[in-house]
Design a protein around this ligand. Sequence first.
Ligand SMILES: Nc1ncnc2c1ncn2[C@@H]1O[C@H](COP(=O)(O)OP(=O)(O)O)[C@@H](O)[C@H]1O
Ligand SMILES: [Mg+2]
Length: 207
Amino acid sequence: MARMIIALFNQKGGVGKTTSAINLAAALAQSGDSVTVVDADAQQQAVAYEVPGARILGVEGQAELAQAVGEAKSDWVLIDCPPSLLEAAPAVPLADLVLAPVPPKFGDLSGFARLRETVDAARERGNPHLQLKVLVSMRDSRVGIQANYEARLRAAFGSEMLDTVIPRAAVFERAADAHQAVVHYAPSSPAAKAYVALADEIRKLKA
Ligand SMILES: Nc1ncnc2c1ncn2[C@@H]1O[C@H](COP(=O)(O)OP(=O)(O)O)[C@@H](O)[C@H]1O
Ligand SMILES: [Mg+2]
């Protein structure tokens, strides 16, 4: 696969899509790969970041999204989707991988049936190799009940779960305030190391 197109997808807001797009981009670019981030959210939060080695483009609407993805010549194209199944759906047929960040919390499993339908529909309509992977995001080790929700997610998604877990950490807010990825802002933090580990895990999915 010459390049891999990854759609950061979850119908909910505030689950770590933009943070994951930015930090995954930073971690992939750090080892010399070329990366384009396509910000498809009308709130345009990804474009506020500076990521060395990555281009970050804002797009509006389905046609601009398809054009930006089609023209991106980089090794990786990360699409930061809007928090709406309907608005994010156009990214799915373009992608090689749908990457869904999910915090291990009550209620965050709802809506997954429709995400799965969207992925299955794209597979049937000309994108048979589309992969779906779920990333546990914002994991707070102090909140015991989260282990139950994580276990439930792992039971529901099986091999579609990524091994890497992103911890909840205050450094994400500070890095965002500095318009930087945590990978650059606090490179030795567990938060940064988690995204570097995620990049390594994602690289293995690029056949
Ligand atoms: N692992 C994390 N720990 C703590 N805060 C986080 C984490 N990931 C993201 N955040 C913060 O949570 C908020 C929502 O994250 P964001 O990535 O913008 O979600 P989405 O794009 O899904 O709406 C942001 O303020 C972000 O800085
Ligand atoms: Mg976002």
